[in-house]
Design a protein around this ligand. Structure first.
Ligand SMILES: C[S@@+](CC[C@H](N)C(=O)[O-])C[C@H]1O[C@@H](n2cnc3c(N)ncnc32)[C@H](O)[C@@H]1O
Length: 371
């Protein structure tokens, strides 16, 4: 059973021989527009408790941009690619995409893989941090850019727009989607992949009051407090339709944390996901808990240690959901706004049965176009 197939399954069978121990393999190691001119301050990164952060004044983003977190993003890329059966995306974009953008590209790994796979395409990856490599495929470049500001790319330019894992980062999703719409060719595709951060289980091993649920609730609440929701995955379909996109498809995946599934592929995904989570914990928590909840460093470390311990406990059969949502800009000129302009959840072509239980068994070339 591949990850895609699990979307049809009632539950992920658990490997009963897996529960006895902690995951020892990991335990040990475990302005007004976006083209502002590049200045030193943007590359003059900030630090918090020894972790390094971006310094783009126009946006706040919770994640560090240091080696440890960048490595974690690359693990996430591998895990999410496995989840999509080895594919980089699901939208039916055809074989010869031309102008492609990866918004919030992180280390740029998706953009580089895409550029390698589609030599026809000119791929640009944008981010607040210039953490992408210098040596990149000739048809790929990176630009420092704040996606929350007015887009300076030409109208009707992109035929594929990709966004992934921007949960908790964006204040005004309708605005970004409308800027994307404006800069997309008619007939072009957008794909937004995002993870909700709600750790849960279907067998009660991660239930009400469990540290993993408290962890999720803490960050979801902080996201709402910051005005930058962590729940964008489940809102994306409604918001894309409200922005005028058509043929919008939502796919929902349960992503296990750890090696507890009996299915080989899901076990593999779960192991990468465990590594992704364990390595990401401090980076997820530090800025938000310090800045929003005003916790002390010691309090934060205790919370992280409790969560790490729960993640590594094999008897916790936890998962969270990943949403893959894609849609198309209509071929015609007219922008038809869907009735549900609030982006509320509504019945959709959800191919997964994620509601069913899981059971036991760069050198910034910069959009800032340097003067
Ligand atoms: C969790 S990482 C995901 C990176 C990449 N999309 C991936 O899936 O590997 C989120 C990235 O979004 C970037 N980001 C956050 N807010 C942004 C904004 N307003 N404009 C551009 N990039 C942003 C962050 O700097 C970070 O690199």
């Amino acid at each position: 059973m591949c990850a895609e197939d699990q979307t049809h399954a009632a539950e992920i069978p658990i490997d009963v021989n897996n529960d006895n121990d902690r995951d020892s393999s990991f335990e040990e190691e475990l302005t007004t527009e976006s083209t502002t001119s590049l200045n030193d301050s943007i590359l003059n990164y900030r630090t918090l408790h020894g972790r390094r952060y971006h310094n783009f004044k126009s946006s706040e983003y919770w994640g560090p941009n240091d080696e440890s977190q960048n490595e974690q993003l690359d693990i996430g890329h591998h895990m999410l690619t496995l989840l999509l059966g080895g594919e980089l995306f699901l939208a039916p974009i055809g074989h010869h995409p031309q102008n492609v953008i990866d918004v919030g590209t992180g280390t740029g790994i998706w953009a580089m893989d895409f550029a390698d796979k589609f030599p026809s395409a000119q791929v640009v990856g944008t981010d607040l941090s210039g953490i992408q490599p210098n040596w990149v495929p000739p048809n790929c470049k990176f630009e420092l850019d704040d996606a929350q500001l007015e887009w300076t790319f030409p109208p009707e330019h992109f035929d594929f727009v990709h966004l992934r894992c921007l949960m908790g980062s964006i204040k005004d999703w309708p605005y970004i989607y409308s800027e994307i719409y404006r800069c997309m060719k008619p007939g072009g595709w957008i794909e937004h992949v995002d993870m909700d951060i709600e750790f849960k289980s279907d067998d009660g091993s991660v239930g009400e009051g469990h540290i993993m649920q408290r962890w999720s609730k803490t960050f979801i609440d902080c996201g709402e407090q910051m005005g930058r929701t962590f729940l964008i995955g489940k809102q994306a379909k409604g918001l894309l339709e409200a922005a005028g996109f058509v043929n919008v498809v939502e796919k929902k995946y349960k992503v296990p944390v750890g090696s507890w599934p009996s299915n080989k592929e899901l076990k593999n995904i779960g192991q990468y996901n465990l590594l992704y989570c364990v390595q990401g914990l401090e980076g997820w928590a530090l800025w938000i808990l310090t800045t929003i909840l005003k916790w002390s460093y010691e309090e934060i470390q205790v919370f992280i240690a409790q969560m790490r311990s729960a993640l590594l406990r094999r008897a916790n059969h936890s998962y969270y959901e990943v949403y893959v949502v894609y849609g198309q800009k209509p071929e015609g000129k007219a922008k038809e706004v869907a009735p549900n302009s609030e982006g509320e959840e509504e019945p959709s072509e959800v191919v997964s049965s994620a509601d069913a239980p899981l059971s036991a068994g760069a050198a910034p070339s910069t959009n800032e176009r340097v003067p």
